[in-house]
Design a binder for this molecule. Structure first.
Ligand SMILES: [Zn+2]
Length: 359
């Protein structure tokens, strides 16, 4: 049994048949609820640094975030084969990507989306409880739409009603280049948000746009870190006219370099550690101590490289639930830190606790 537990390298270079086959790892037990339970000792109080609920907006209905659904419909089909030596999103089949696009579009229409309807507070908590996750950082999105762009307020209200406020670190969302962005974050701070999520690809702006400068200044003043979707993922559109200007290229790591340098007192969390641009992000973080990395999606090998090149202190675990089941992402960090409990605890919980000023 001991041999099996320590000899995990064989899992790094193989194809798993589907989500359930994570049970072959010595870290999890499959439960009757169709979810994994973490069986690793000494890993209490984990913080998931990157999660969302339903991301409906525009004319889309707002699903009841207090409902428990029997099944969470993740964007990655749970029966699709997957590997851990690649960027997580590369496991998606064309059909998965097409489903995801369909769902993302439906959530903006009055009909709504069968996927996002299941992305609720109790569904996330069900996974957190089994995986020893004490708190999740909740990241609403701001699309910059003229209406139906109030995800932050909707999340705040639902979390309040859920009675589970202590399980979440709630961020607000804004589009930094809008004229009212500064006033917006002042208001959000008053409502209790702990950081600001920005999404260059969804809100169509470049982070280095000088129009965003005053916004970053204000975030620094208010003590609100900026958490940014960051990096290319290999699914960018070649022809913006076919995708209504949504190319996926606004979040290119190159577009962050000036602003990260210009505001050394502002703490940045670059989400996904730059996706396929991980090398660039490592370099950026090496030269800028105000950069922290959410390791969501990175391969086991890249996680090890980041630990080695940067040290573990500014790396934080994140799942990007409900795009993926939380256990799928945990397995990567568990493999990368096999045999090093100190680093494992730092990246799973201690770094985030320090970052968010907990205890
Ligand atoms: Zn995300």
């Amino acid at each position: 049994m001991k041999d099996e537990k320590t000899n995990v390298s064989k899992f790094e270079q193989r194809t798993f048949a589907g989500f359930k086959s994570l049970a072959e790892l010595p870290y999890f037990e499959w439960t009757r609820d169709g979810l994994f339970k973490l069986t690793v000792d000494g890993l209490e109080g984990i913080i998931d640094g990157h999660a969302h609920f339903a991301t409906n907006g525009l004319s889309g209905p707002k699903p009841d975030l207090l409902l428990r659904h029997a099944e969470t419909k993740y964007y990655l089909n749970q029966n699709s084969p997957f590997r851990m030596d690649n960027y997580m999103g590369q496991n998606n089949t064309e059909q998965d990507v097409s489903n995801m696009t369909q769902s993302l579009l439906m959530q903006f229409t009055p009909e709504g989306s069968v996927w996002t309807t299941t992305h609720t507070i109790p569904n996330l908590i069900a996974e957190m409880d089994l995986l020893h996750i004490d708190k999740a950082v909740i990241l609403p999105l701001s699309y910059g739409f003229p209406y139906g762009d109030d995800m932050t307020e909707w999340y705040l209200d639902s979390i309040e009603k859920s009675g589970k406020k202590d399980r979440f670190i709630i961020c607000g969302a804004a589009k930094p280049t809008l004229p009212d962005a500064i006033e917006r974050i002042k208001q959000l701070k008053l409502k209790g948000v702990k950081g600001i999520k920005i999404h260059p690809n969804m809100a169509l702006f470049k982070p280095d746009d000088s129009l965003a400068w005053a916004f970053y200044e204000e975030c620094a003043q208010l003590g609100l870190p900026v958490l940014a979707h960051c990096g290319l993922v290999g699914k960018e559109s070649a022809d913006p006219s076919k995708t209504m200007g949504y190319t996926g290229r606004h979040a290119d790591v190159h577009n962050f370099m000036e602003s990260v340098k210009a505001f050394p007192s502002l703490r940045w969390v670059l989400c996904h550690s730059g996706g396929l641009q991980n090398d660039l992000v490592i370099d950026l973080a090496r030269h800028n101590r105000n950069v922290w990395l959410d390791i969501q999606g990175q391969s086991v090998e890249n996680i090890r490289t980041m630990i080695k090149e940067l040290g573990p202190e500014r790396l934080m675990f994140g799942s990007d639930w409900p795009f993926f089941a939380v256990a799928s992402l945990m397995s990567r960090l568990l493999l990368a830190t096999e045999g090093d409990n100190t680093v494992r605890k730092m990246v799973f919980s201690e770094n985030a606790a320090r970052f968010w000023g907990l205890g």
